[in-house]
Design a protein around this ligand. Sequence first.
Ligand code: NAD
Length: 572
Amino acid sequence: MKKITEVRVPNIGDFEDVVVIEVMVSVGAEIKKEDPLITLESDKASMDIPSPCDGVVKEVFIKDGDTVSEDTLIMNVEEDASGEDSKPSEEAPAEAAQVTTSNADLHGEVVVLGGGPGGYTAAFRAADLGKKTIIIENSPNMGGVCLNVGCIPSKVLLHMAKIVDEAMEADKLGIAFKAPELNVDKMQGWKDDVISQLVGGLASMAGQRNITVVKGTGTFVSPGEIKVTGEEPDQVVSFDNAIIAAGSHPIMIPGFPEDERIVDSTGALSLKEIPKRMLIVGGGIIGLEMATVYHALGSEVTVVEAKEQLIPGADTDLIRPLHTYVKKRFKNILLETSVTSLTPQDSGIKADFEGKNAITAEEYDIVLVAVGRKPNSKGLGLEEAGVELDGFGHIKVDHQLRTNVNRIFAVGDIVGAPMLAHKASYEGKIAAEVAAGLNSSFDDAVIPSIAYTDPEIAWVGLTERDAKAKKLDFSKAVFPWSASGRSLTMGRKEGKTKVIFDKATGRVIGAGIVGSNASELIAEMVLSIEMGCNAEDLSLTVHPHPTLAESISFSAEIFEGTITDLYLPKRK
Ligand code: NAD
């Protein structure tokens, strides 16, 4: 029996009037289910719209260059509705994936708990490997902390801060701007738009992969089942393999009172007005990124850090240029100091300090507490599943991200530091591949770290401190950006590029960069370590001039003693 199926644009996220850049089939074409029919290009990505069925194209209603939105009719396809492969297009593919076992309402070959970068990457990879995949997510949107209340919104605000800072700094170049007028509602709206574009993209990609997204909070009730509770009636999801990607949450210091003026990173990203006086407890990455934003937007910023340097994990020589730069801009940087109490008052939050650089009590309009994050391992029913934790509440996993329970994996913040989105997604892919029967593993991958401060700081592989602690025979080469033409053209000279080489082989074993665009430059160093590059590989690679990237080959030349862009006295 033949029937005509209308093919329409599926939910492609929060997009309207997306351009058709290619119609790949014409009338009479025989097509198979999942064959690409048209390619759309939005400002975020290009995407193919696949055929929902096998059949023959009878009519095509669009052409290259047209614009389409969700539900636009693309073409009519005649399909053979009598055969096994010719199910009507209305049949939700996700439901086809739902083969239930035991008392479960749903069954997935791979069930992913949490839809952040670790979780959605794992789910997408598992689905692409042919597994019937379910994601359980308790927030309204996928994307997790990174996309909704972390990396992405903070980068939007940092971009705004950069615009303001550069406009103000331009005075010394002979270009004077008036002080900016900030419309905080509009700024928040812009940020929310960016998030919704990305969130829409994820929802659409999950749909294109026939992944079932179950809304609610998942709790293991056995080593093979997860109960999901939420707004919908409770349901039980059984699985062949589960991947736990439930993330982490900010630590709040015990004893600090509850007050809407005392916020964590989520609160700091959604302030309705720019505070005049801001205290930031914790001089780590979140604290300093938010300090960068709010200083540029006009706040008087004080940072309190318990350790002896800002961003204690990074090498001191990389932090020094940042410290010098922000010291002139922030009201106070109090190292080796902590806040002993916060007292809400009508006029602000009073903070008391103790430690090496303690000041007398002061009042602030907003206090951001950014002293680290904790894994979300409580309340997941891990005991029922038999999954073991370490002493910090992280799930213990092996190099294939497998927990002590054979068919349960865990990825991302919940398995421990570094709590970074790119580590989570890398792990998510590996876990999905192993769950699908491939022999993937995390061995020897290096994870870059970045602080999007001004100047930016990025590092990867061994720090100089690590290399010394391990008593390695290493050499470091540092190229100062005061000798970089490109850096000077940008009005900045405080940066530096440091590469750590194994002395005997010249192989790159670590690198750190401080300066504008360090976040982008570090990628070359990550690749260098992954590829086993040595100094000669870097120095013989022609780097374009004038660029900041040249500083990498210059560092290699310093190691080799061949640099001409600096004068270094001969080694004796
Ligand atoms: P963090 O661990 O990076 O920094 C917290 C800082 O607070 C540390 O320097 C610590 O010494 C200090 N501290 C702890 N207790 C204190 C106290 N009582 N008083 C004063 N200082 C105190 O944690 P974070 O900045 O909250 O970030 C959390 C996680 O999120 C980190 O793993 C971070 O890498 C990650 N993150 C990454 C990025 C990025 O990649 N750009 C951005 C934001 C967050």
